[in-house]
Write a protein that binds this ligand. Structure first.
Ligand code: MG
Length: 325
């Protein structure tokens, strides 16, 4: 048999569905590649490419996309074009396009650009607040709740982030009570979803379950908790399963796994959307995502960025399978 015939008869891999007990029918994937993914990459991607990336991601079936950040350009040069990216996405019907806003000035810029959904950020640790939010932890919380209230007043949807919710590169293990309290405060301030961020990827499943349980214990609805997981230590998918068990119904991920860990040079950061989709579809959980189309999107953006490889295991495996390697 020739090599060509072997390739033709080979199984085209796809998740083998075995419905997990107590699994939900559907889970929402919150795609972060255009903002969190590109922000953590060294390359500055042209505005038109960012816009095309959002359109391609939506065409692959993702309905919740964090598209940009209205941070001061001096903080994050990759996001200088937020006011050009967001208005160019107005034709994405049925897609929740979310813009990150770090302060009231950012909210004003987002409103001027036509934002309908924004995200606010707090830190569970003092060190990260000072390093990344340019404020103390309490001041950052005050800013976030003020921005959330103002955004709600303008009729916008608001998502909250608690960064460094599990471990911190300077302070080590993070107090779960602090995380639960911050999540409850953001929820009460009008955030429809609060994403707990494992920013350095150190959490393990028991830690995830306990932290979600604590947030729920402080009054946050379980289905209002999201998880923003990083795969730095290879724990992200195990942590997704733990989150599902705890009632979480929204997970953040990045197409292709774009976005390196900013605190571990060269290490993997964001959980890859393809890896998450493979897991969920295998568990019989609907996501609306066309996996092959998404792999195509990831391959395209990697080429635009001059990257030869992708952190996503599933994207890498499917690309290899499609080329017979
Ligand atoms: Mg991230």
């Amino acid at each position: 048999m020739s090599a060509q015939e072997t390739a033709r008869t080979r199984w085209r891999p796809e998740p083998i569905v075995e419905r997990a007990e107590r699994a939900p029918e559907r889970v929402r994937i919150y795609e972060v590649a255009p903002r969190d993914g590109l922000q953590a990459e060294a390359a500055i991607v042209p505005t038109r490419t960012k816009i095309e990336l959002c359109h391609r991601i939506a065409a692959a079936g993702l309905r919740d996309i964090e598209v940009t950040s209205f941070v001061p350009p001096s903080w994050i040069p990759q996001m200088t074009d937020a006011a050009d990216v967001l208005p160019a996405l107005g034709d994405l019907d049925g897609v929740r396009t979310v813009a990150l806003v770090p302060n009231l000035r950012g909210l004003e810029r987002a409103l001027a650009a036509g934002a309908r959904h924004v995200a606010v950020v707090v830190s569970a640790t003092e060190s990260f607040a000072r390093a990344n939010l340019n404020a103390g932890r309490q001041a950052a919380l005050d800013t976030a709740t003020t921005v959330a209230g103002a955004a709600r007043g303008h009729g916008l949807g608001v998502r909250g982030y608690v960064s460094m919710a599990f471990g911190d590169p300077w302070e080590g293990p993070v107090d779960r009570g602090v995380v639960a309290g911050l999540a409850a405060t953001l929820y009460e301030a009008g955030c429809s979803t609060v994403a707990l961020g494992d920013t350095i990827g150190v959490a393990t499943p028991g830690h995830i379950r306990a932290t979600v349980r604590d947030a729920v214990g402080r009054g946050v609805a379980a289905d209002a908790v999201a998880l923003h997981l990083h795969d730095t230590y290879g724990q992200a998918l195990a942590n997704v399963v733990a989150g599902l068990d705890a009632g979480v119904r929204e997970f953040d991920s990045s197409a292709g796994g774009l976005g390196r860990c900013p605190y571990a040079r060269g290490a993997t950061g964001n959980l890859a959307t393809e890896d998450l989709v493979w897991l969920l579809h295998g568990m019989g959980i609907a996501t609306g995502v066309d996996l092959d189309a998404l792999v195509g999107v990831s391959r395209w953006i990697a080429a635009q960025m001059g990257r030869a490889d992708l952190p996503s295991r599933v994207a890498t495996a499917l690309l290899a399978a499609s080329t017979g390697q």
